[in-house]
Design a protein around this ligand. Structure first.
Ligand code: HEC
Length: 129
């Protein structure tokens, strides 16, 4: 009996492993967020710094954090794109100026796909969307 169960159980574990690996690792993302900390906080109710607070940013409307003065370029992009999602955030974090040419976020971008995935998982974990 046990013999017959081992196979499906193994398959389930392998599936869980791969789906969680693909979703990105928030713990690793926390370290990557060190690159953002000079300009961004991520705590609920946290203050804006040079850049806006990023609590709950995944799924949130673009350029809409209260009390922050955005560039015209990002506001225009918000009119086109609406909300941040994993796709446009990935493009933004890869090279902000490729997505929004005249943004005032001076950050070269993260080249590694895995780094961006983990960072987005971390941003998701710091929010309730
Ligand atoms: C040198 C400062 C600086 C660094 C470093 C920086 N940012 Fe930014 N960020 C900004 C500024 C300034 C803006 C506002 C851009 C605008 O208005 O054009 C911004 C905007 C954003 C937005 C859009 C927020 C919204 O309300 O729509 C996100 C998301 C973001 N940054 C994520 C990050 C992440 C994640 C990192 C780290 C990988 C990072 N930033 C690194 C300065 C920075």
């Amino acid at each position: 009996m046990i013999k017959f169960l081992i196979k499906p159980i193994t398959i389930i574990f392998v599936l869980i492993y791969f789906s969680s690996a693909q979703a990105g690792d928030a713990e690793k993302g926390k370290k990557i967020f060190n690159k953002c900390k000079a300009c961004h906080g991520v705590d609920e109710g946290g203050k804006n710094k040079l850049g806006p607070n990023l609590w709950n940013i995944v799924g949130a409307p673009i350029a809409a954090v209260e009390g922050y003065k955005y560039s015209k370029a990002l506001i225009a992009y918000a009119g086109e794109a609406g909300n941040w999602n994993e796709e446009n955030l990935d493009a933004w974090l890869k090279k902000p100026k490729n997505l929004v040419r005249k943004t005032k976020m001076i950050f070269p971008g993260l080249k590694k796909d895995e780094a961006r995935e983990n960072l987005i998982a971390y941003l998701k974990a710091n929010g309730n969307n």
